[in-house]
Ligand binder design. Sequence first.
Ligand SMILES: [Zn+2]
Length: 414
Amino acid sequence: MKYALPLFCVAALALATPASAQLKPVTREEIAIGSQQYLPSLQSQGGPFLRDAALQAYVDKVGQRLAKASEFPDLPYAFTVINNGELNAWALPGGKIAINRGLLLVMEDEAQLAAVLAHEISHVTRRHAMRMRKKSQTVGLIGALAGIAIGSKAPQYSDLAMKGAGLAVYGTQANYSRDHELQADSVSMKLMSAAGYDPMAAVEIQQIFLQQSQGRSSGGLQALFASHPPSQARVDANRKRLAQLPAGGERGKPAYAAATATLRADKPAFDALQEAIAAYGKADFATALSRSERAIALQPKEGLAWEMKGQSQYKLGRKSDSLAAFGKAATLSPGFFRPLLLRGLVHQDLGKLTEAESDLLASRKILPTQIAAYQLGEISRQRGRREAAIGYYREAAQGGGEIGEAAKRRLLEL
Ligand SMILES: [Zn+2]
């Protein structure tokens, strides 16, 4: 309850008055929440895009340059590229920020990247997530600020449990208010200017988002547009603000082209992967398999393509084959929980309990999930380890839903 603030008024006032007048410092609690939720949020959406370390370093460099010029330069900022093809970027309280590789592919230069990162930084410095949290505060989860729950948005993971159950929710999308969006646009354009970037890029990026949201309306709303709805009004508002700022600034087109060269070269592989994911979502597993194999032929080092291949094989009844694909994915994406979890579930399905337990424990070290807790409970129960089973079931029961109910039934039996 420490975050109680006159939400609407503060935001509205800040719009009408000079930036510094209404600033409330970011609290230690906010920084702690952001730090705690960062890794789970990154993991739940595809994990850091580790294959391109130079790209990670580049995005962080642009982010840190903006952060230094921001209203609160001393926050523990971090900027991570996520291995996810959807258009999305988000910020946790206290300065932990992420951008999907998919979004990087629709941008043209560093100034546009700076526009997106500056916008997210402004949500942080103006403490919008904390204000929204106060407003909604539905679930008791502290992470109800950013990040998407596996199963709710991405079709290919909706049945990750492979037994009809979902995964624990580690956070939901922050849906900022219209006022917060306008404020973030306004603050971020000044920030871009202060950091030496051409704020015109903020107008362009809103135009790009507007086009993308219109073009994709049939394919389902992208997460970005749910949390930061684009509109012609925002494009126009940014254009007005632009007139009040010094003209010009850095564009960084060659630097951006160099930093994203590998990503762009891999676009055909990513496109094939997206097709596989879409086919999987429509339960067309044969197409999902052939498209994921196409993605692998184009870029054999992309762990997500191997993971998709394994999931498709499993659905087609090729369970033993899927183990090899998940193993490859786990090797290519070290530090990502999902291939380990998936392989653990298949091992368990095949009755290989020792291997299953080892995989589930490894996945759990990276990201504790409800399904892993439940299945570890099952293994412990089958092996007569009653106390351990109770511990796992208790944890799984806390997550609620179908798995939570199943765990409660097990607890009653024990
Ligand atoms: Zn926003």
